[in-house]
Design a binder for this molecule. Structure first.
Ligand SMILES: Cc1ncc(COP(=O)(O)O)c(C=O)c1O
Length: 479
C-alpha cells in the first residue's frame, strides 16, 4: 500500500519531460488512489485535462510516480466509477468526452453556504477581538464582568447603545436604552412585554426566519401585510387595521434593507405607515438590523414617530453575530422599564464580556472601522453577484449582502435548491421567511457566507448556469 508520506517526499513535476499528464497530488489529502481520482476531476475542471485525452498507462503512471501498479488501477477504477474515464480495449484509458459535466453527489465541484445570514468575515474582526481581549486581560476590567450587572445593561453598555443608535435616533438618552442578548432576544422581550399571549402582530409577509417560530412559542398571532418593492403598503396596513376583528397590538417591520428582499421603504411611506399606526393605536417595533449598512437611509420610525416606536439594532448584522448584543430604544424611560425587566426575566443579562467588547468598540471607533470594512466588502460582493447573475430577476443593492432571486417558471424553488445542493451550494427557500409558511417562487442568497470572493463567484456562476438550463438536463450529473 502506498502512503502519502512516502509520496509527498518525492518532488513531482506537473508533467514529465515528454509532456505526458501527471497528477499534482500534493494538494489532496487521504489515500493516494483517491487523490489521483480527485486530481483527474480537478484537472478536468481547470482544463489541464481535456475530454478525449489519453491518460498514461497504469504501468507507466505507477512507474513515474513510484507507486504500486494496483494503486493506479484503483485510482483509474475510481475515476471511471465517477464517470470521468473510459477504456477502449487495446488502445488505453481516455478522459470521457462528457466527463467535464460529471459530478458525483458526494464530491461537489464547489462548496458554498449561501444561507448564512451574517456579514462577510474579516481579518480586522479577529485582530480587533485579540486587541480588546488582551487589553481586558491586562487591566482590572475583567473581574467585574464576571459579576451580575444592573438590569438593562451596565452604564457603559447603555452609553454605547446611545452612541450606536444615536446616529439614527436624535435626542436619545440612556434611560430609554436596554441591552439585550441579540435581536432575537430583543424581539422576544418586546413581544412578551408589549404584546403577550393571544395578541396579534402585523408584519411584512416575508420576514426574518426566526420570527414565526418565536411568535408560535409566545402564542402570538402574526399576520402578513402586503408589500411591494418599496416595502409595506400603507393601504393594506390601514385596511387590515379596519378589517381585523382583533385589534393588532404592534406592527413589527424592517423598513431599511428588509430581510429577505433587501427593499428599503421610502420616507413618504414611512410617514403614511406611522400615521395609520398612530390612528389605530398600534405600536411600531422597528427592526433596524441592517440600517447602518446603508450609507444614507431614510430616517427610521424611531425618528419620525418616537412616541410609538420601539427600535432594535443588533450588532449581528453590522459587526458579527458572535457577540450576541443588540440595543433596544423605547419611546421613553417609563416604557423602557418593562423591557429591561423582561430582559432580566428571560436572560438575567446579556453576556457581560461580549457587551463590554461591543461597548469598547462602539466608544473607541473600532465598530465604525469594522462597519466600513463590512460595507466595502458587501459592495464588492454585490458587484460579483450583479455580474454573475446578470439578467436574472432579482432584488438587491450594493448595501445589502442578500440577493432575493425570483425564479423563472421552469425552476420551482424546491428543485433549484436540490440541484444547487448537488453542486455543493446551499441556498434558502422563500418558505422559511413566509409568515404563512408558503413563500413565492424565490430564494435568498446570502453573499456573506462564503469565506472569500472567488468562492462566492464560483458558486454564483454555477447557480447562474444552472438556472439557464432546464431542470432535467442540469440535474444529470451521472452519465
Ligand atoms: C431582521 C432580523 N432580526 C433579527 C435577527 C436575529 O439576530 P440576532 O443574531 O441579533 O439575534 C435576524 C437574523 O437573521 C434578522 O435578520
Amino acid at each position: 500500500m502506498d502512503t502519502r508520506d512516502q509520496f509527498v517526499d518525492r518532488e513531482l513535476a506537473e508533467t514529465d519531460q515528454n509532456g505526458a499528464w501527471l497528477p499534482r497530488l500534493e494538494r489532496w489529502a487521504g489515500p493516494i488512489y483517491l487523490a489521483i481520482a480527485d486530481a483527474i476531476a480537478a484537472d478536468l475542471r481547470s482544463g489541464r485535462l481535456r475530454p478525449g485525452e489519453r491518460l498514461p498507462t497504469q504501468r507507466d503512471l505507477a512507474k513515474r510516480l513510484g507507486i504500486n501498479f494496483t494503486t493506479v488501477t484503483r485510482a483509474y477504477d475510481e475515476a471511471r466509477r465517477r464517470g470521468l474515464l473510459s477504456a477502449r480495449a487495446g488502445s488505453g484509458t481516455f478522459v470521457r468526452a462528457e466527463a467535464a459535466e460529471a459530478r458525483p453527489p458526494h464530491e461537489p465541484a464547489i462548496s458554498a453556504d449561501l444561507t448564512m445570514s451574517q456579514p462577510p468575515d474579516s481579518e480586522l474582526l479577529t485582530n480587533a477581538l485579540r486587541r480588546t481581549l488582551t487589553n481586558l486581560l491586562s487591566g482590572d476590567a475583567l473581574r467585574p464582568l464576571m459579576h451580575y450587572q444592573r438590569q438593562g445593561g451596565s452604564d457603559e453598555d447603555r452609553a454605547a447603545g446611545v452612541q450606536w443608535l444615536g446616529r439614527r435616533i436624535p435626542g436619545l438618552d440612556v434611560e430609554r436604552v436596554t441591552v439585550t442578548a441579540g435581536a432575537q432576544h430583543g424581539i422576544s422581550v418586546l413581544f412578551a412585554s408589549i404584546v403577550g399571549p393571544g395578541g396579534l402582530v402585523f408584519t411584512e409577509p416575508l420576514s426574518a426566519r426566526s420570527l414565526r417560530p418565536l411568535a408560535n412559542l409566545l402564542r402570538i398571532r402574526l399576520r402578513g401585510i402586503a408589500m411591494d418593492d418599496r416595502g409595506l403598503l400603507p393601504d393594506a396596513f390601514a385596511e387590515a387595521c379596519r378589517a381585523e376583528p382583533q385589534r393588532p397590538t404592534a406592527l413589527y417591520c424592517m423598513p431599511t434593507l428588509h430581510n429577505p428582499t433587501t427593499v428599503t421603504m421610502p420616507l413618504d411611506r414611512r410617514h403614511a405607515i406611522a400615521e395609520i399606526a398612530r390612528r389605530h393605536g398600534v405600536v411600531l417595533i422597528e427592526d433596524d438590523a441592517y440600517g447602518l449598512l446603508a450609507a444614507a437611509p431614510p430616517p427610521p420610525f424611531a425618528a419620525i414617530a418616537p412616541d410609538i416606536t420601539f427600535h432594535l439594532a443588533t450588532l449581528s448584522k453590522t459587526l458579527t453575530p458572535g457577540l450576541r448584543v443588540a440595543y433596544v430604544a423605547a419611546p421613553d424611560a417609563r416604557r423602557a422599564a418593562p423591557v429591561a425587566a423582561a430582559t432580566s426575566v428571560t436572560a438575567i443579562m446579556p453576556p457581560p464580556l461580549s457587551a463590554a467588547i461591543a461597548a469598547r468598540w462602539v466608544l473607541d471607533g473600532t465598530a465604525d472601522h469594522l462597519l466600513r470594512t463590512i460595507r466595502q466588502e458587501t459592495a464588492a460582493r454585490h458587484a460579483i453577484a450583479a455580474a454573475a447573475l446578470a439578467g436574472a430577476d432579482m432584488l438587491s443593492t450594493p448595501e445589502s449582502y442578500y440577493v432575493w432571486l425570483r425564479l423563472p417558471p421552469r425552476w420551482p424553488k424546491a428543485e433549484l435548491i436540490a440541484h444547487a445542493m448537488r453542486k455543493g451550494i446551499s441556498i434558502e427557500s422563500s418558505d422559511g421567511f413566509a409568515i404563512d409558511g408558503q413563500g413565492p417562487e424565490a430564494v435568498r442568497l446570502s453573499l456573506g457566507g462564503p469565506g472569500n470572493r472567488s468562492r462566492l463567484r464560483s458558486a454564483l456562476l454555477t447557480l447562474a448556469s444552472l438556472i439557464e438550463q432546464e431542470p432535467a438536463v442540469s440535474g444529470a450529473w451521472s452519465l
